[in-house]
Design a protein around this ligand. Structure first.
Ligand SMILES: [Fe+2]
Length: 215
């Protein structure tokens, strides 16, 4: 559940994230500059990806994943390049950006991973809080313009379903209570960097299953 103070925030984006469940920022609305987008894109090109066919809360997937941070127990770095990623996505200006929709000035990056979808790949219906109920917002950085399919679809309990087809260098923020999926990619490639934010810095409340790999 969202902490109760979240609902009392006067920030308009924070209120919107609670009410709408999902926010989409175009490139000019998010604080990353051109060199930071390029640096993140370059980092995504340097890492090895595992083909994941099941998530950690029993949903089905077909997605290529490179993990920088995970919190099976306490959040830990899983890659030599994690600090370079964090330097960009957890910078002071990004923390200020996140505070607008989380209502929190201090945030822990509990999980951070690059997701690559190739034609036929998809992410099955799930809720990020099924992995960890402490997650409050997932920030997804998008890198590609040319792809068909691969829609981010939210299933809000009150507002119903909504399709998003984020452009390259846009930032989608999802309230971690909201179920969502990514429809099968038809054409092109779809690269994202997903950052799971929380106000909790300690151990995860319950241990999770490992990701299931195809090999
Ligand atoms: Fe998710």
């Amino acid at each position: 559940m969202m902490p109760s103070e979240f609902h009392q925030s006067v920030s308009e984006p924070a209120r919107l994230l609670v009410e709408k469940g999902t926010l989409l920022y175009a490139q000019h609305q998010a604080p990353l500059d051109e060199s930071e987008w390029r640096a993140l894109e370059h980092l995504l090109e340097q890492v090895d990806y595992d083909h994941v066919i099941a998530g950690d809360s029993s949903e089905s997937h077909s997605v290529h994943v490179a993990r920088f941070v995970n919190d099976v127990k306490r959040p830990e770095s899983l890659h030599a390049l994690t600090d370079e990623v964090k330097r960009i996505v957890m910078s002071e200006k990004m923390l200020r950006f996140y505070s607008h929709f989380t209502g929190a000035d201090v945030l822990c990056l509990r999980r951070c991973q690059a997701n690559l979808l190739l034609p036929g790949d998809y992410i099955g219906l799930h809720k990020d809080q099924d992995s960890n109920p402490d997650y409050i917002a997932t920030v997804v950085f998008h890198f590609d313009d040319v792809y068909e399919g691969g829609d981010f679809v939210t299933h809000h309990p009150e507002l119903g379903s909504k399709h998003y087809h984020p452009a390259g260098r846009s930032v989608l923020v999802n309230n971690c209570e909201i179920p969502h999926e990514v429809t099968p990619l038809v054409q092109g490639k779809r690269r994202t960097l997903a950052c799971f934010l929380s106000t909790e810095f300690g151990d995860s409340p319950s241990p999770r299953k490992a990701f299931k790999l195809s090999n």
